[in-house]
Ligand binder design. Structure first.
Ligand code: NAI
Length: 247
């Protein structure tokens, strides 16, 4: 028996990185997954990989900042699989720069993708889940939203906002059988972080009590736990997946 056997999930930004790994872990544990990503070709390739590995997955082209795209991803899950039991708001971008260099576009893009994108997902999913009387949502925040990183005033603000949104939604939706939680990954090895200069990467790694960066699957496993019935009495929480960095 998988931990999410028979459940149906939408994972945004699932074409690669942490989102892909979340989709893969959910599939392995019995869920059917909608791979929702702005990058249509990569989303199709990801869904094909998941299916090739024995999972059940479909791809949907979805820019999380576009309400119609987010609604369509949710409705694809319901029409293809019959329900929406799990939403993971994972899609993300960075546009790091100091305050002297950061443009308003850099700020607005990052806030739009992380904060507006997660809110649109939350809104669309909760409308379906309240009718079902059950559902669980996991928002991907970041340790940057807790401790703040220089050069990330846009990203830190958005990721801290995700925590406030998670708690408000958990309080609002709990009586409807819907749980909402967040995770805050620290330094995780993906394309997003591999763009970092090596000396910055090494300095960050030195701050990790466990002595290494995390792997995407280590985030995915925590998301699986929160999405599954093992977490049936957990809502409104923030789980740090940081190897102890920032505690
Ligand atoms: P990544 O860059 O490897 O993958 C991000 C995915 O999101 C890509 O497939 C991309 O096409 C998609 N995406 C970007 N903008 C989108 C939009 N508007 N609509 C739909 N899809 C969009 O990034 P990674 O590292 O896998 O990050 C995933 C999440 O984890 C993000 O929310 C990120 O902020 C968060 N995170 C990552 C950390 C890390 O160390 N890698 C640490 C803490 C949080």
């Amino acid at each position: 028996m998988g931990l999410v056997d028979g459940r149906n999930a939408v994972v945004t930004g699932a074409a690669r990185g942490i989102g892909y790994e979340i989709a893969a872990v959910l599939c392995t544990h019995g869920a059917r997954v909608v791979v929702a990503d702005r990058d249509a070709e990569a989303a199709r390739a990801a869904a094909a990989r998941l299916t090739g590995a024995g999972g059940r997955a479909v791809a949907v082209t979805c820019d999380v900042t576009v309400p119609e795209d987010v609604d369509a991803a949710v409705h694809t899950c319901v029409s293809a699989y019959g329900s929406l039991d799990i939403l993971v708001n994972n899609a993300g971008v960075t546009r790091d720069a100091t305050l002297r260099e950061m443009t308003l576009d850099d700020f607005e893009l990052v806030v739009d993708v992380h904060l507006k994108g997660a809110w649109l997902g939350l809104r669309a999913a909760s409308l379906v889940m309240r009718e079902q009387g059950r559902g669980t949502i996991v928002n991907i925040s970041s340790l940057s939203g807790k401790i703040g990183n220089p050069g990330q005033t846009n990203y830190g603000a958005a990721k801290a906002g995700v925590v406030g949104m998670t708690k408000a939604a958990a309080k609002e939706l709990g009586h409807l059988g819907i749980r909402v939680n967040a995770v805050q990954p620290g330094l995780i090895r993906t394309a997003m972080t591999e763009a970092m200069p090596p000396h910055v990467w090494q300095a960050k790694e030195r701050e990790v009590p466990l002595g290494r960066a995390g792997e995407p699957v280590e985030v995915a496993n925590a998301v699986l736990f929160l999405a599954s019935d093992l977490a049936s009495y957990i809502t409104g929480t923030v789980v740090e997946i940081s190897g102890g960095r920032g505690i």
